[in-house]
Design a protein around this ligand. Sequence first.
Ligand SMILES: C[S@@+](CC[C@H](N)C(=O)[O-])C[C@H]1O[C@@H](n2cnc3c(N)ncnc32)[C@H](O)[C@@H]1O
Length: 210
Amino acid sequence: MRCFVVVGQNATATGDFLLQDIPGTSGRLDIGLRCVRAALLLSHGVRRDAVVYLVLRGGPRAPRVLRISGARAHFIRPDERSLAVLARKVLAYDVGGAAREFVEVRAGVAVANGDLDRVIADVGAATLYVLEESGPDLRGAVGLEDAPSAFILGDHLGLDEATRARLGEVGARPLGVGPLSVHAEDAIAIALNELDRRDAQEKEGERLSP
Ligand SMILES: C[S@@+](CC[C@H](N)C(=O)[O-])C[C@H]1O[C@@H](n2cnc3c(N)ncnc32)[C@H](O)[C@@H]1O
C-alpha cells in the first residue's frame, strides 16, 4: 500500500467553493486534487494499491481529512473540475462533530474529522516519509519499495513547524526527489516513478532467478 498525504494549510474542509474558481475560493484545494490524480491515476487505469489523504485545515469545519482509496474508488476522472465536484459532494456530508472514524460517502471516498494524527492512525504500520526539498535523495533510500509506506507533502505553503515537529516525533524520514522545489503533484509522480522502477526490477529479478 502506498499512501500520499497532502497537508492543505488553508484548503477548505467544506464543499463551499466555486467550481469556476477553485484555486481562488477553496484555499488551494486544487493542489490536493491534482495530487489525487498524480497518485491514483495511470494513463488507462487506477493504482489500486494507492491511497491519498487530503488534510484540510481551512474553513469552519476544519480540520477534516478526505481519503480516496484506489482499491475501491470508481469513476475517478483525471480533470480537476470532476475531482472538485466529487470532493464537494463528499465534503458536504456531515460526519457529526464528535465522530473520529472515516465515513465512506462515495465508493472509495471517505471523510473524517481530525488532522494529521487521524491519518497517522489510519495508515497504521506504514513507514512514514516526509517529502521535502532538503531531504536525502529518495533514489538512494534503502527499503523504499517495502510497502506499506506513507509519504507526507506540503502544499504551496509547504509544511508548518508544528507539522514538521509532529512528523519528527513519529519518526517520519525526510526524503527529497531532486535538487529543485517542484509542485506537490510532481513530487508524487517522481516518487511513484522510483517505486515503479524498483517494482519492475524486482519482478525481473524474480523472473530470471532459477
Ligand atoms: C511547492 S512545494 C512547497 C513550496 C513551499 N514554498 C515551501 O517552501 O515549502 C510543495 C511540496 O512539494 C514537495 N516537494 C517539492 N519539491 C520537492 C523536492 N525537491 N523534494 C521533495 N519534496 C518536494 C514538498 O512536500 C513541498 O512541501
